[in-house]
Design a protein around this ligand. Sequence first.
Ligand SMILES: Cc1ncc(COP(=O)(O)O)c(C=O)c1O
Length: 415
Amino acid sequence: METFERLESNVRSYCRAFPTVFTLARNATLEDTTGRRYIDFFAGASTLNYGHNNPQLKADLLAYISADGIVHSLDMATRAKQQFLETLERIVLQPRNLSYRVQFTGPTGTNAVEAALKLARRVTGRANVIAFTNGFHGMSLGSVAATGNRYYRKATGVALSNVCFMPYDGYLGPEVDTLDYFEHALNDEGSGLDLPAAVLVETIQGEGGINLASPVWLQRLAAICSRHEILLIVDDIQMGCGRTGSFFSFEAAGIVPDIVTLSKSLSGYGLPLAVVLIRPDLDQWRPGEHSGTFRGNNLAFVTGSSALEHYWQDEQFAREVERKGQHMHARLLAIAAQWGDPAVTVRGRGMIQALDCQTGSRALAVCRAAFERGLVIETSGARDHVVKCIPPLTIPDDELEAGFAILGECVQMAA
Ligand SMILES: Cc1ncc(COP(=O)(O)O)c(C=O)c1O
């Protein structure tokens, strides 16, 4: 690791948690320079839902490159982009009765969030946005202003404004419906709450500790937004593209957001791509108002189309995610029981499942020990107190089991 310590900025983070030099990767297996293998329970923070170097996606990508398919195009029209748009419409949007315009932003999640916030403010003429406690939306100034974590907020060195935080579902314990306060404040002239342009929400908070919003809470949130003409933005950057079982994570709640942000696994291959899905009448951008050199990542369009064709034409893949997710939940419950502490709990949906260890020191000890035994797994939450299991959705059953065997050993040691 000497090269990285000497030359790479101090800002590097994951290479500290996983201190080895990786060389190869296939599906859920990583390999380092010594030939040592690791099971991947991290999947690039849910960017590799279809595994590393997915063979079907790779074949389509290699064919495109071999034929000198256009790689860079700003936001010019290309065949690869046309196919991606048409595939998204045919396989994802139409079957779900969803009608959205697609905005390609700079290819990072935070850029999609910036664009969504900018558009919501422009359309409504209001500056304020509601975000939630423990929400995570990215590192650029607009997104970090809507991110709860103090560590990231403090790093900006400026006042973060125009965002008001409300308690997420469960933040005040299971007895409190946190939307009571939001609704009350909206209706009360004395609350000090400026009518927001938008509500920005994750259906499950991926970085904030795997906190799940219930379908009922999300439905009530959508109804409040609709009553007050506030735009509902679902940030599906981490939970979208099948992580929770359905393509969009909000499908289970039966809500239809006004705006959706997607990135991470959208290209299916780890290639950068980000979009904002916009209710057509809200698409009030003027040409080029939110631009970016790398909006047209054609290689990502190719693998993105390929991923939709291969995995989302029917229900089979979603059912597999559901099945493996249930198994993961059951395995984690058994592992949690070893702690003998009722405060250690398990939560998740689909193939995002987590062990809440209550303290950062416990969760970090588990993840460190896991890495030493060949399992790549990370913590989540403002206190790093949650062990987050997000393997590729394509992980074979035996590898999933091998990963949980390692995790079980590590918990036994740490408990
Ligand atoms: C929900 C959510 N929104 C936005 C982002 C930011 O994405 P990026 O790191 O690509 O900017 C993330 C990243 O983890 C995320 O989980």
